[in-house]
Design a protein around this ligand. Structure first.
Ligand code: AMP
Ligand code: ZN
Length: 664
């Protein structure tokens, strides 16, 4: 079989599987088989770039970097929706419509109002050509590269689609994925994201599409615009677009009467909490497209549609006590302890108060009857105080000024909303938190040791920092509660094995504030060993890709601390990895430091990926498009003519594969 045919077959098969899996929710092959096919296609595409296709399923994995999102005009304006907050509002709207349309039957399609980031996708000849954010409704940002990584966005349509149209919908992040992301952030010592909607919107604007690909975003669609589409009703739009391969939620209902509309509203006001993603209302639309056209638009919204907003569920209960939690980095979080109450299907006992400012803003006091809401945020929040119920002798809340765990005076730096306990080495939750982070899966991944055991070991005086883990003996462990011969052995073996964990993960494990997994990788790559990193100044650190002032200061602060230096010295003596391993260092130089290369075309001696790796291994950067900042264009065979023209016009030197290898 010829290569082209093979590539096309693989693409087709993968598209089919994607559709079955993500849109129909029923897989037809195993994940393993899918991955094998995808890998085969990736390899073929890398080898034969002449068969490039902008809709290939391999684009799902991302890797395209967008530095500046281009602003483009929407061919059809993206309108907003009018809102109603009561059934009376909704009934009034229906009467107005009936009056304009006269004595005809009006039917309605009811849909849920998905709370995500609006998107408009353009398809031409069945292929996705563009994805724009809503922006101001007239123009939005071109986020096509990022959109292509979202599995529920079809890159190639199926069935009898019109030759050109725009389709609108929302990009949402399901609750489960959102919570998982937040757990990871908390583990990394980062602030959790506020709500799924903002996180979804933020994801669309990430520069590296490979990061977008890692986020389980979904695209839910609800409307089509264009000319000569051959569609006569909103309900038909939903059914048709579903058959073209789009993920169109099936909860929509065609309602013949206003009563049926209200039934839909009532039902989903309760049952929406069972959905995997966030919704904030119902959108009622006149079903007939002809009637829609007759009704037209106001300056802001269609007259033929109306959003009914669900009330964020709110209850009132008594604030019994304010307690304060100390995190691994010493950050203090005030927590409201409430008289338990049922809210949105779960019993709520606690609510986050965020920080001192928040408490002051609402003048929240112990003993107050407070209003608690579960809105966009997952953790319930206090939205106000019922002042009519406040007792006469209530006193304003005095925010703590000493750590509740170790009694050290708290500090608060300019511009930071949180208070911190500065007693890093004497504050129990900080000590155990740091050790728990050190042993966690993504850090040193120490088997046979868990968070509770860390607390126990600390309480028994056996460990005070993570270096102490390496000196634990069986004799020390055996007397402990629930510690048998076998589990003690496992623990010791697990600790011993961790000396093989590579440097970049060790760096993450150290628990330097703001140094998460990615930052640790960047630092390890840039400095190669801990000695070099230890002496780096803030000015030097911020020249490293993605390292800002805040991170740089934190790193310098960490290595400026005597206690840390001593712990590091001990870890080194136990054999923990403090430099990049030999194979990672192999052939690495600083030769191309500060230089950016764009690679294009097909090469003879090395593959394109190998070439890119050679650039990065030698300290250079690989860019995706030519600009005045590009140092060289490495031109292979069959390079696109536009790249050559661009390079020539911006004066970027064009070099051949041989030239490049010679430079090395
Ligand atoms: P708002 O942002 O409150 O003005 O609400 C209008 C937005 O709701 C629209 O721009 C859409 O992005 C969004 N929306 C969510 N679900 C739907 C739906 N089923 N039909 C129409 N718009 C929707
Ligand atoms: Zn403390």
């Amino acid at each position: 079989m010829d290569i082209k045919q093979k590539i096309e077959e693989l693409r087709k098969a993968l598209q089919e599987h994607n559709y079955n899996y993500y849109v129909l929710d029923s897989a037809t092959i195993s994940d393993f088989e899918f991955d094998m096919k995808l890998k085969e296609l990736q390899e073929l595409e890398a080898k034969y770039p002449e068969f490039y296709d902008a809709t290939s399923p391999t684009l799902r994995v991302g890797g395209m970097v967008t530095k500046n999102f281009e602003t483009l005009v929407h061919e059809h304006r993206m309108y907003s929706l009018d809102n109603s907050y009561s059934k009376e509002d909704l009934e009034d709207w229906e009467k107005r419509i009936q009056k304009i349309l006269g004595d005809v039957t009006v039917e309605f399609t009811c849909e849920l109002k998905y709370d995500g980031a609006s998107i408009s996708l353009t398809y031409e000849d069945g292929k996705l050509v563009r994805g724009l954010t809503r922006g101001d409704g007239f123009q939005g940002d071109d986020v096509t590269n990022n959109i292509k990584t979202i599995k529920t966005v079809p890159l190639q349509l199926r069935g009898d689609y019109p030759s050109k149209f725009d389709i609108r919908g929302e990009i949402v992040l399901p609750f489960e994925a959102f919570e998982k992301m937040n757990l990871e952030r908390i583990e990394n010592g980062e602030e959790p994201y506020m709500n799924p909607r903002n996180t979804a919107a933020g994801s669309l604007k990430l520069q590296d599409s490979a990061l977008v690909a890692e986020r389980p975003l979904e695209c839910l669609l609800y409307s089509v615009v264009g000319t000569n589409l051959g569609l006569s009703s909103q309900y038909q739009v939903l059914e048709k677009t579903r058959s073209w391969g789009f993920k169109v939620p099936t909860v929509a209902k065609l309602c013949k009467t206003t009563d049926e509309v209200m039934e839909f509203v009532d039902y989903w006001d309760i049952h929406r909490h069972e959905l995997p993603y966030e919704t904030d209302g119902v959108v009622v639309k006149v079903n007939s497209i002809q009637q829609q056209e007759e009704l037209g638009y106001t300056s802001k919204a269609p007259r033929w549609a109306m959003a009914y907003k669900f009330k964020a569920e709110q209850v009132s209960t008594v604030l019994e006590e304010i307690t304060y939690q100390v995190g691994r980095t010493g950050a203090i979080t005030p927590v409201a302890n409430l008289t338990p109450i049922l809210l949105a299907g779960t019993t709520v006992k606690r609510a986050s108060l965020h920080n001192a400012d928040q408490i002051e803003k609402f003048d929240i006091r112990v003993g107050d009857t407070v209003f608690v809401e579960k809105g966009g945020e997952i953790i319930p929040k206090i939205v106000g105080v019922d002042l009519t119920k406040r007792s006469e002798n209530s006193l304003p809340t005095q925010y703590i000024d000493h750590c509740p765990e170790c009694h050290a005076p708290l500090v608060r730096t300019e511009g930071d909303a949180k208070h911190y306990c500065p007693n890093e080495y004497g504050c129990p939750p900080q000590i155990t938190g740091r050790i728990q982070h050190f042993i966690s899966r993504k850090a040193m991944d120490i088997e046979g040791l868990g968070g509770e055991t860390v607390e126990l070991l600390f309480k028994e005086g056996l460990i005070e920092n993570y270096a102490d883990l390496y000196t634990l003996t069986k004799e020390q462990l055996l007397p402990l509660e629930r510690m048998a011969e076998k589990s003690a052995e496992n623990l010791i073996n697990g600790v011993a094995a961790s000396v093989n964990i590579p440097f970049e993960r060790v760096l993450f494990a150290l628990g330097i504030r703001f140094v998460g997994e990615t930052v640790a990788k960047k630092l390890a790559k840039a400095y190669k060993n801990i000695e070099a990193l230890m002496v780096a100044s803030v000015e030097e650190l911020i020249t490293v890709d993605e390292i800002g002032q805040r991170i740089a200061e934190s790193v310098v602060g960490f290595f400026g601390n005597e206690k840390n230096l001593e712990i590091l010295k001990r870890l080194r003596a136990y054999g923990v990895q403090f430099e990049l391993s030999a194979d990672k260092l192999l052939n690495q130089t600083e030769l191309f430091k500060g230089k950016t290369f764009v690679v294009s075309g097909v090469f003879e001696k090395v593959s394109r990926d190998e070439l890119k790796k050679m650039i990065e291994d030698n300290g250079g950067k690989v860019g995706s498009s030519i600009s005045s900042k590009t140092s060289f264009l490495v031109a292979g065979d069959k390079m696109g003519p536009s790249k050559r023209t661009k390079a020539e016009s911006t004066g970027v030197p064009i070099i051949s594969e041989e030239d490049f290898l010679e430079m090395l």
